[in-house]
Design a protein around this ligand. Structure first.
Ligand SMILES: NC(=O)C1=CN([C@@H]2O[C@H](COP(=O)(O)OP(=O)(O)OC[C@H]3O[C@@H](n4cnc5c(N)ncnc54)[C@H](O)[C@@H]3O)[C@@H](O)[C@H]2O)C=CC1
Ligand SMILES: O=C(CO)COP(=O)(O)O
Length: 684
């Protein structure tokens, strides 16, 4: 980039004038290109350039309008096409250097050109937009739009010629300000026939039209900062009026106009210089288990793209809970082989994934923080990260689980928001890690409060085989991901009992009913439809057929049935080799909410203080959840999983010694008004 440093000037008011104006809607952004500066200057030029850079890099406050996008003036080119190039170009130059009023220049140029609608069609066909664009402008606009910046095109040319270019650049018609040709219409056909002038009511038909157009834009949109980019005096005017643009970047890549260059605080000859100055989001992955590795692998593919408009920093730092792996540190092995041989063997994570043992270092400077660790560790993780994350960063949780404290339940995303003071979305779905590593079709939802963040995360994760949709019900999505792990234990028990698909379908259906009921009881805003999404029924089915909770529960049930009981911990460590089960903990956590205050469960209840916990005694409404919890804690044998209504009626009784047969006779038990339920050995 060649930069013209204009002489030091007085204070410049643009950015300062709007610095304190909050955007009513953070999602709306405009990148404006501005010119010039008859404005009173509030800063030195160097400081102003710094403000420009900051506006471009700190996009939540940075907005730009692009003014100069083609290598040639459309009307000049049309004049050449019509064989009247010299006369029209002379008038264009007079208008651009300010020696002829815009209205007169337009009027005279159109009169000389004197084209028909058919001429315009032929002209556009002969000069398609791609052939005329200034180098780098498409990349700049794509990069800005990818970052949520609204881009406008304000042109002193004509809509008839500008709209095809705007369409090619992805700028909506409503974001285009340009003049309109006036036509004589054929009385018979109603078609335009002859050019008879232009519409003088458009702001761009007059001098100072560009600041007026920007003022209109700002009336409709609460942008904080509007940046104008342009090469002519009429572009420069955009910053010379109250209500116009705040900042101006002069562009000399096509025509270098000394008057514009002299006034511009930042003058560039190449749009790539602006693309290069845009912020790129740095991503951190907190966690390195199976799903964390499958997810980081997808993200690494997306961040390492050869695209100048790419909005992500290539490198992703992944926090690894350091441990020994075959005599070496796991982080060293991952960084050497680009694979996590302990938790996700056989999959290349990407050369751009860097494993770090320090959680602070992993999160340092990250704009996008992805949390994916077993839920029991997230509280500790949040405490370590408190005060260490970049203000304004956005988080997303892939973790399935919740925390139950005496004050009430807390979702992982709520914990992240509370401890880290940043927004936290969730990504949930039927996402068995190894299948995703094998690039098999999967779906996920991003449950969000902040749409901008959700869209950014979607770009970060989405792959051809990993389809993401956005769901404005983050709580519902997270509750689904959490609760399905309990149902999966029930599905594993069905398998362990040797029962077939009908029984499993019964467990899945009842599980879905209880997931929905419980979620909506705790959080009434949860949407009904969410349970039909991939995070609801989709994940439930996948986990009940292919998940780790199912696997371990099946083995646990078989061991019970064989008379050689094993604990869940033993089987987890034996079958999952370091990976963690979430269902057993979640079942106990959920049951803390469901059961009455005095209960024979092995984990003693804390005294509830919140209204939610005081309202317990919900077990009868959740017979499957309750029965599964009683089974895994040894109060009922596994066969009750398919007799959950009955299993649930034992709930108020303390476990006593007794034979399995007693418990296995539900009709008799009920006739006794509730049997003594024996503890089954091998509690999880
Ligand atoms: N594995 C899967 O297919 C899926 C898992 N999930 C969810 O993702 C979350 C994370 O699971 P995975 O990535 O599969 O992990 P994992 O279960 O495969 O691995 C356990 C992880 O915990 C770490 N760890 C062990 N002790 C720790 C401690 N004291 N503090 C912090 N970390 C410790 C280990 O280093 C390892 O990275 C869970 O909530 C799970 O339900 C969600 C979708 C799919
Ligand atoms: O959540 C999962 C799939 O979406 C994985 O479930 P498991 O932890 O039971 O393997």
């Amino acid at each position: 980039m060649r930069t013209v440093e204009a002489p030091a000037a007085g204070p410049l008011g643009g950015a300062a004038a709007v610095a304190g104006v909050p955007a009513a809607d953070d999602t709306q952004r405009l990148l404006a290109a501005v010119l010039a500066t008859a404005r009173p200057l509030a800063r030195t030029r160097a400081a102003h350039k710094a403000a420009l850079l900051a506006a471009l890099q700190n996009l939540p406050d940075g907005y730009v309008v692009a003014g100069t996008v083609t290598v040639n003036d459309s009307l000049d080119l049309l004049a050449q096409f019509m064989g009247v190039k010299e006369q029209v170009e002379a008038l264009t130059n007079q208008a651009m250097d300010g020696s002829l009023s815009l209205e007169r220049a337009l009027e005279e140029r159109l009169a000389i050109i004197d084209c028909s609608p058919a001429d315009i069609k032929r002209f556009i066909a002969a000069h398609p937009p791609a052939s005329r664009l200034a180098p780098g402008i498409k990349e700049l606009i794509t990069a800005l739009q990818a970052r949520g910046v609204a881009v406008y095109l304000i042109s002193g040319g004509f809509r008839e010629l500008t709209l095809p270019i705007a369409a090619y650049l992805g700028i909506p018609k409503s974001h285009v300000f340009a003049n309109r040709m006036n036509w004589q219409w054929d009385d018979e056909t109603g078609a335009p026939t002859k050019l008879v002038g232009f519409d003088m009511s458009e702001p761009t038909a007059h001098n100072q039209g560009k600041p007026q157009a920007i003022a209109r834009i700002r009336q409709r949109n609460p942008y904080n900062t509007v940046v104008m980019i342009g090469d002519g005096i009429t572009d420069l005017e955009a910053v010379q009026m109250t209500g116009g643009a705040d900042l101006f970047i002069g562009y000399g890549g096509v025509v270098e106009r000394p008057a514009v260059a002299a006034e511009a605080e930042w003058y560039v000859y190449d749009y790539q210089a602006l693309v290069d100055s845009l912020a790129r989001y740095r991503v951190a992955m907190i966690g390195s288990g199976a799903w964390a590795c499958a997810a980081v692998r997808m993200m690494a593919q997306n961040t390492k793209v050869d695209d100048p408009a790419d909005e992500f920093v290539d490198e992703i730092r992944m926090w690894v809970y350091e441990e020994d792996y075959q005599g070496r540190k796991l982080t060293e092995v991952i960084n050497e082989t680009h694979e996590n041989p302990k938790y996700f063997p056989g999959f290349h994570l990407g050369d751009n994934v860097v494993a770090v043992p320090s959680i602070e270092e992993a999160a340092d400077g990250a704009d996008l923080i992805v949390l994916c660790a077993p839920h029991q560790f997230i509280h500790g993780i949040c405490k370590q990260l408190m005060g260490k994350v970049k203000p304004g960063a956005a988080a997303i949780s892939l973790t399935k689980g919740m925390r139950v404290r005496p004050e009430g339940p807390q979702l992982i995303s709520q914990m992240v928001r509370r401890y880290l003071n940043i927004d936290c979305a969730v990504l949930m779905g039927a996402n068995i890690a190894t299948d995703i590593g094998r690039e098999q079709l999967s779906e996920a939802v991003i449950g969000y409060d902040n749409l901008d963040h959700a869209e950014r995360f979607k770009k970060l994760f989405q792959r051809p085989y990993f389809r993401i949709s956005l769901l404005p019900d983050p709580v519902g999505a997270e509750m689904c991901g959490t609760l399905k792990n309990i149902v999966a234990l029930g599905a594993g028990m069905v398998d362990g009992l040797g029962l077939g698909p009908n029984s499993k379908a019964t467990i899945i259906r009842q599980g879905l009913v209880e997931m929905r009921r419980f979620s909506r009881a705790l959080y009434p805003s949860v949407r009904e439809d969410t349970f039909l999404e991939c995070c609801g029924v989709g994940d439930l089915v996948a986990t009940c057929y292919g998940g780790r909770n199912r696997l371990v529960a099946e083995a646990w049930t078989r061991a019970q049935m064989d008379g050689s009981p094993r604990t869940f911990e033993e089987l987890e460590s034996e079958l999952l080799k370091g990976q963690k089960l979430q269902g057993v903990l979640t079942s106990n956590e959920v049951q803390e909410i469901l059961r009455p205050a005095i209960h024979p469960a092995p984990c003693p209840l804390r005294v509830p203080s919140s209204p939610i916990l005081q309202k317990r005694h919900w077990e009868q409404d959740y017979p499957l959840f309750t029965t599964i919890n009683r089974i895994i804690n040894g109060y009922l044998p596994p066969k009750f999983v398919v007799d959950y209504e009955v299993g649930c009626t034992f709930s108020d009784l303390a476990p006593t010694e007794g034979s399995d047969d007693d418990v296995g006779a539900p009709a008799q038990s009920r006739s006794r008004g509730g049997p003594a339920v024996p503890a089954v050995s091998g509690r999880g």
